[in-house]
Design a protein around this ligand. Structure first.
Ligand SMILES: Nc1nc2c(c(=O)[nH]1)N[C@H]1C(S)=C(S)[C@@H](COP(=O)(O)OP(=O)(O)OC[C@H]3O[C@@H](n4cnc5c(=O)[nH]c(N)nc54)[C@H](O)[C@@H]3O)O[C@H]1N2
Ligand SMILES: Nc1nc2c(c(=O)[nH]1)N[C@H]1C(S)=C(S)[C@@H](COP(=O)(O)OP(=O)(O)OC[C@H]3O[C@@H](n4cnc5c(=O)[nH]c(N)nc54)[C@H](O)[C@@H]3O)O[C@H]1N2
Ligand code: SF4
Ligand SMILES: [Mo]
Length: 744
């Protein structure tokens, strides 16, 4: 096992699985008087090839998560009084199967769906085995995920521009000299669709070399690491960026560099932008025309520049347009697929999501039953889930499986979903907590503690600023007889597929799954199966490394990498910085980047209408904090202690006009609902815009979150109208919600 033992203390080397920064940790474990192993201390691993000693406060709390007495360790089954009781694994599987089989018999598989939450992206078992689960379930209808309150617009633009929805390019931060950070706050998030340790430290270095500009309605902590802050009105970024493109064309600053003959539909982009001179959008965006003009000129003049946009540009009314235009700006200024610009990462271990190519682009193949929402990449907006459960009729949802998700907090119209979930005939959750969502589940199957399983980040290296990789062994042995999370997913998938549990041959199913992956990597499945006989996620990980760009190809390239290479290198392996990849990354059959995809630009008229809407009244936005992680880490005492973070941030002028004072309680009302929340008056907000954090509201009965309950806060998604979406992607617009603020 990696690490060393000093005076009875074992020091494990591990990668923090919580966020995209993937920091290396030293986890110090001691055996206590009762003979139990306990995490005593977590500190940065200075020898980590990637993070080199950087961590944030959350990384030091993995021991708290592991030892939390509230964490589920055995399955929970609801008794006849609706109270969760601990159960054996066999009893829990039997109850789940009984309920699921009942729904299938009575309503068919149309009545089944799955919701997949965010930690799936940070857990190798879940990220791989939800794929197998869906394959086994073979559902005729859509599934739901946190993706439609997150990056779905970016998936739409990457699919239409590059031909693959997960080939998301990221800023080459360590090598750029000019960066625009739009709708992202790495001060809290530590980077998103951008894997880079110590993003703020990197921004400081960019400032030394050139300039950092932040475009955000809030003067965030990231602005402290920037030269300029442009306080844009929420939802107007696309208009601002079209004006940037306008200036670039108008002033002859367009220069495609090495991509000159790799980009099509440039004329469409130019024609559209011609309609958006800075003077036309300035009032709507809240950014002066000369500031827009200067930014375009400076961006074009910088030798290496990059325009980086994240969740503020996705979770909004024009998410698809605002996700398309940053890439377009980088492309037409010669800052795409080149050092210091927007580039694709090159993972050592490939992810299946990045492999598929050539799927014909098609949206709206079917529509949701209740509101008629079009399918987008197999999903409906997550806000549809409540109405699809609550509205009777053919195709009504009767069974739901949630995997590592808490949509009662994270999805728009949160209270409506909370009311709908008890109407299900069968709800199964695969989750480590009895929280606001899982309290409705008939059966909860806990996953292993992250410290009980190996870890390798699967997808995140696709947008990492270096080609590196790290594997962490489990620190603790799971309790006897506990199935791994992968096996639970496999079994529940089979259940949804109508395969009786006694006929589920885990090894045979897993062998078939692995063989398909080996083939996807270009290996001979028979050779791969012989080399890797043990079922489970580890051999998938091994295969992705062996058939990846530096892999041993099962012996063909004897000096190549395997999972063993990572086991021998606890501080990680680094294969260098980002490199140009255009020839490998375009999935379209013509090999061209489509800089103005018809599906995307068809939404421009909707944006034009926005220009005639005034910015009167107050618009609600969301925010994050470095000591929170969406909804699920508020049960860690050291992270929630201190000042109340769940406050309404409001500019002094707006506070005065609304009659609310600092520290008082305000009533915030939207079309969807009402909340009462403490006020924090601050000029860090742009006038006309207020901000609430997401992920709070832990006061529901029937949960087992004793610490979070004492720091409950309110759920800002009670205020998010479910039908307020970015139309082309169906992604929720949880930013830019019109609200009224009054004294409570
Ligand atoms: N208003 C507003 N709403 C938002 C956002 C916003 O900015 N504003 N952001 C959106 C975004 S970007 C996201 S990604 C979503 C997140 O939405 P969700 O993914 O639905 O919510 P999380 O809070 O991440 O909940 C994660 C769940 O996973 C469980 N969990 C943690 N670790 C494990 C594990 O190892 N195994 C298993 N099985 N379970 C585990 C936790 O107990 C918890 O129940 O929220 C979205 N909602
Ligand atoms: N500590 C911590 N880290 C996290 C998470 C967490 O909850 N806590 N969540 C993780 C997840 S799931 C994700 S997806 C990432 C997200 O990571 P980021 O994208 O960096 O998200 P935020 O920190 O929410 O920053 C979004 C910013 O957008 C601004 N904004 C809101 N509306 C608009 C708008 O219309 N236009 C513009 N230009 N800006 C706008 C907000 O004021 C806010 O400052 O973070 C991840 N990392
Ligand atoms: S920034 Fe914090 S939460 Fe993210 S990986 Fe590093 S230590 Fe973990
Ligand atoms: Mo997210």
């Amino acid at each position: 096992m990696a690490g060393s033992t000093i005076e009875g203390r074992h020091i494990h080397i591990r990668t923090c699985h919580l966020c995209e920064a993937m920091c290396g940790l030293e986890v110090h474990v001691e055996t206590n008087e009762d003979g139990a192993d306990e995490v005593k201390l977590i500190r940065p691993d200075r020898d980590d090839v990637w993070s080199k000693g950087y961590i944030c406060p959350k990384g030091t709390t993995l021991g708290h998560l592991h030892h939390d007495p509230d964490r589920l360790r055995v399955p929970m089954v609801k008794d006849e009084n609706g109270v969760h009781q601990e159960a054996t694994w066999d009893a829990a599987f039997a109850r789940a199967e009984e309920l699921m089989a009942g729904v299938i018999a009575e309503h068919g598989k149309e009545a089944l769906t799955i919701y997949i939450g965010n930690p799936a992206a940070h857990n190798y078992s879940i990220s791989r085995y939800t794929g197998l689960m869906m394959g086994l379930a073979d559902l005729p209808g859509p599934i739901y995920s946190a993706g439609t309150v997150d990056q779905w617009p970016k998936n739409v633009t990457c699919w239409t521009m590059y031909g693959n929805q997960w080939r998301i390019p990221a800023p080459d931060l360590p090598n750029t000299n000019f960066i625009v950070v739009m709708g992202a706050n790495p001060h809290a998030s530590q980077g998103s669709l951008l894997a880079c340790p110590d993003v703020l430290g990197e921004l400081d270095k960019v400032r030394e070399r050139g300039k950092v500009v932040v475009i955000d309605p809030r003067r965030t902590g990231t602005v402290d690491h920037a030269d300029q802050w442009l306080p844009v009105f929420p939802g107007t970024d696309a208009a601002l960026m079209l004006a940037i493109v306008h200036v670039l064309y108008d002033e002859g600053l367009v220069e495609l560099g090495h991509l000159a003959d790799r980009v099509k539909n440039l004329d469409v982009l130019e024609r559209l932008a011609a309609e958006f001179p800075p003077e036309r959008v300035a009032a709507t965006c809240g950014v002066a025309a000369d500031e827009i003009r200067t930014l375009a000129q400076e961006f074009a003049a910088a030798d290496k520049a990059v325009w980086y946009a994240r969740i503020g540009t996705c979770n909004q009314e024009f998410g698809t347009l605002a996700s398309w235009l940053p890439d377009a700006i980088n492309i037409i200024t010669g800052n795409f697929d080149t050092e210091g610009g927007l580039m694709w990462g090159k993972p050592i271990a490939w992810s299946a999501t990045l492999q598929d190519r050539g799927v014909p682009i098609e949206f709206g193949r079917f529509h949701s039953r209740v509101r008629g929402a079009p399918e987008v990449m197999g999903q409906f907006p997550v806000s549809c889930m409540a109405e699809e459960i609550a509205t009777p009729g053919d195709g009504q949802l009767k069974a739901l499986v949630t995997v590592a998700g808490n949509p009662v907090i994270s999805a728009p119209e949160a209270d409506r979903l909370d009311d709908a979930l008890p109407m299900l005939d069968c709800m199964i959750s695969i989750d480590n907590a009895l929280n606001e969502t899982t309290r409705h589940a008939d059966v909860i199957f806990p996953g292993l503690s992250p410290l009980e399983q190996p870890h390798y980040d699967e997808l995140l290296w696709a947008w990492a600023v270096r080609s590196a990789g790290k594997w962490s062994p489990p620190l603790f042995e799971p309790q006897d007889g506990r199935p791994g999370e992968w096996e639970v997913l496999l079994r529940v998938g089979a259940m949804m597929g109508g395969i009786p549990q006694e006929h589920v041959d885990v090894k045979a199913i897993d062998d078939g799954f692995f063989a398909a992956f080996a083939e996807m990597g270009g290996a001979d499945p028979a050779v791969a199966l012989e080399a890797c006989p043990a079922p489970g996620p580890e051999r998938l990980n091994d295969n992705a490394i062996r058939t990846g760009p530096w892999g041993d190809r099962y012996g063909e390239n004897p000096d190549g990498l395997t999972l063993e290479s990572f086991k021998d290198a606890p501080h990680g392996i680094d294969m260098g910085p980002m490199v140009p990849r255009i020839d490998e990354m375009i999935g379209h059959t013509d090999g061209m980047i489509d800089i103005a995809p018809p599906y995307v630009v068809a939404d421009v008229p909707r944006l034009e209408e926005r220009l005639s809407r005034s910015n009167d009244g107050l618009l609600l936005t969301s925010r994050r904090h470095v000591r929170s992680n969406n909804s699920w880490m508020h049960n860690v005492k050291v992270l929630v202690k201190g000042k109340d973070r769940c406050t309404l941030l409001i500019h002094p002028d707006d506070a005065a006009a609304s009659g609310v004072a600092d520290g008082a309680v305000a009533r915030v009302t939207s079309e969807a609902g009402t909340l009462e929340v403490p006020v924090e008056v601050s000029d860090e907000m742009r006038p006309g815009v207020v901000s609430l954090p997401h992920g709070w509201g832990h006061d529901k009965p029937g949960t087992r979150m004793s610490v979070a309950r004492e720091h409950a806060g309110v759920n800002n998604n009670v205020l998010a109208p479910g039908t307020f979406v970015d139309v082309p992607s169906g992604n929720a617009a949880v930013n830019g919600i019109p609200v009224e603020v009054a004294p409570a």
